[in-house]
Design a protein around this ligand. Structure first.
Ligand SMILES: [Zn+2]
Length: 229
């Protein structure tokens, strides 16, 4: 079992090795953090969900788009269609909407896209118009009413529970999730990542770090469990 600089055992099966004089055998290991790693990817997804839950979600919106076509082709079209709808909103109405996009397959194999938007709020009728101009038939945008932790877990509602406890992904499940999502764990546009105070963060790596720091504080542990759907 490989150990990190604190001497803790690493669950990652493909850790990276670094020379380190502090270690008894002169080598320190670090988790690989690859999106394709069945141990690291679920941890990153959980960190991303926590990072979303930490930030203020006022004036956020939530969109789910679904089709019944061939899963991979449908996933690609859904991602592109959602982006085309937001481009239309920008072009025609000057609305720049930061957002995070995730594609999942339902247990019946039906692909659906979840998009979490930040302000400015998009009026539902305007969003419907954006979708139809992007060639997307189905559309629904709703104001966020769920607690942030439930919402951020809902973004990954199929894939997160499938990892089980402790979090380890099935290789096939993870590969299919990555394929649906263009090899990313989340797709974001605009100033989506915010800290607790609403300050814009550089990106998902910074947001995950902030979330991990926050999770070490015991006080925050209470509402996160049990409240998720
Ligand atoms: Zn790993």
């Amino acid at each position: 079992m490989s150990r990190d600089w604190r001497g803790r055992e690493l669950a990652c099966l493909t850790p990276r090795a670094y020379p380190d004089a502090r270690m008894p055998d002169g080598i320190r290991f670090e988790a690989c953090r690859r999106n394709t790693c069945v141990v690291c990817a679920p941890q990153k997804i959980l960190s991303l969900a926590h990072a979303i839950a930490l930030s203020p979600l006022s004036q956020a919106g939530f969109i789910t788009l679904a089709t019944f076509d061939d899963p991979l082709e449908a996933a690609r079209r859904l991602r592109q269609g959602a982006n085309a709808a937001f481009r239309w909103l920008h072009r025609e109405h000057g609305l720049t909407v930061p957002r995070a996009t995730i594609v999942e397959l339902s247990p019946t194999g039906r692909p659906h896209v979840h998009v979490l938007t930040r302000k400015p709020a998009v009026p539902p009728r305007l969003f419907t118009e954006a979708c139809s101009s992007a060639g997307m038939g189905l559309s629904n945008i709703e104001a966020v009413r769920r607690p942030p932790i439930a919402l951020s877990r809902y973004l990954y509602k199929t894939v997160l529970p499938a990892f089980g406890e402790p979090l380890v992904a099935d290789e096939g499940d993870l590969a299919s999730f990555l394929e649906l999502n263009g090899n990313r764990l989340i797709g974001t546009r605009g100033a989506f990542w915010l800290d607790r105070e609403g300050t814009v963060l550089d990106g998902s790596v910074e947001a995950m770090k902030a979330a991990r720091r926050q999770r070490r504080r015991p006080k925050w542990g209470e509402p996160q469990e049990g409240g998720s759907s």
